[in-house]
Design a protein around this ligand. Structure first.
Ligand code: AHN
Ligand code: ZN
Length: 326
């Protein structure tokens, strides 16, 4: 090497030194989640749990079917976890009738602070106000009432077989669907979702908190499309993204579409606003109906023929995967 080459040599040396990895080997790493086996959601099983509810007949608050189905759901959940509780409180519906509310809560790993809340309403509508006939007779509510519960009971079965890392609370809200058919404004809002309003004001444990919540409402009709409902966008955009991207990864993109749709007053409204837990609503949006709800919504057509196992699988497997990956 000549004296003339020395500067170039030094530049090269400095360059090589700068490129070398001279960071301490104990660098702070982002914690990586271990890969986990996600159990297989059984749509036949979920279907059966819907059938069993529908077999009790209409399940509107205080009816015979409601009483018997409530007992069935409590007993069923008790076979999957010892931590099942009920919230019983006197309530009044818009028609002046008195009832005893029955929220049903099943917890998995209640000692864990890191939790998710999964919910659905288990009562069914007392009238068929969107039907053209027998409007004042109660409906079977296979999809509206039965479906969310069916998915969550199947998830409870899976959780009893394989524990998830995160704690899970399954809440079956009562008295969601006893809203005033002729109401408007705030009286309208408050006459629906009485069970979730009660729970929001009286959580089942002191200082209850969950990282987020997922509400399942009308999740079983054939070719259902689940959209980004307005309140979910306002309160829980991050959870929408998490759930929809998992659905797409699993191949259920035709069900979980990226379309913003109007807000719906549903149980998640009260979980978001009263309990401050960011909660989404997985709820069918039908472009072709005036209401945006399923075509059999609040009619006698909402029976077992309105239940499709492929849709149950799409929703159930997606939620199962989200839960177990936490
Ligand atoms: C209203 O119509 C205000 N909310 C619909 C919520 C609902 C009824 N979900 C099922 N049935
Ligand atoms: Zn309804």
């Amino acid at each position: 090497m000549t004296m003339k080459q020395l500067p170039l040599y030094l530049v090269c040396l400095i360059f090589l030194w700068a490129c070398s990895d001279n960071k301490p080997t104990q660098s702070v790493k982002k914690p990586v989640k271990e890969a986990v086996e996600v159990p297989d959601f059984n749509a036949d099983s979920a279907y059966l749990y819907i059938q069993q509810q529908v077999d009790f007949g209409p399940r509107f608050v205080s009816s015979k079917g409601w009483q018997e189905c409530g007992d069935f759901l409590v007993e069923k959940l008790k076979t999957y976890t010892p931590h099942v509780q009920e919230q019983n409180s006197p309530i009044k519906t818009y028609d002046g009738k008195s009832h005893t509310l029955r929220n049903i809560i099943a917890s998995f790993s209640p000692e864990k602070n890191n939790r998710i809340l999964l919910c659905a309403h288990w009562d069914t509508r007392h009238v068929a106000d969107y039907d053209v006939e027998r409007q004042n007779e109660p409906i079977l509510g296979a999809n509206d009432g039965g479906s969310g519960v069916g998915v969550l009971i199947e998830l409870a079965r899976l959780l009893s077989q394989q524990q998830s890392r995160i704690g899970v609370d399954i809440i079956l809200f009562d008295a969601e669907d006893y809203g005033n058919p002729d109401g408007d404004g705030s009286s309208m809002t408050s006459s629906w979702c009485i069970g979730s309003q009660y729970w929001g004001n009286n959580p089942h444990t002191t200082d209850y908190y969950a990282q987020y919540g997922i509400l399942l409402d009308m999740v079983a009709a054939k070719d259902a499309r689940f959209t980004h409902e307005g309140l979910s966008r306002t309160y829980a955009q991050r959870i929408l993204k998490k759930v929809w991207s998992e659905a797409h990864r699993l191949g259920y993109g035709s069900y979980f579409v990226y379309q913003p749709t109007p807000q719906i007053i549903d149980d998640h409204y009260f979980v978001n606003t009263l309990a401050n837990i960011p909660t989404i609503d997985i709820i069918e949006y039908d472009n072709n109906t005036a209401t945006g709800f399923n075509k059999h919504w609040h009619t006698h057509g909402d029976d077992m023929r309105n239940i499709d196992k492929n849709t149950l699988k799409a929703v159930g497997q997606t939620v199962t995967s989200v839960v177990y990956k936490e």
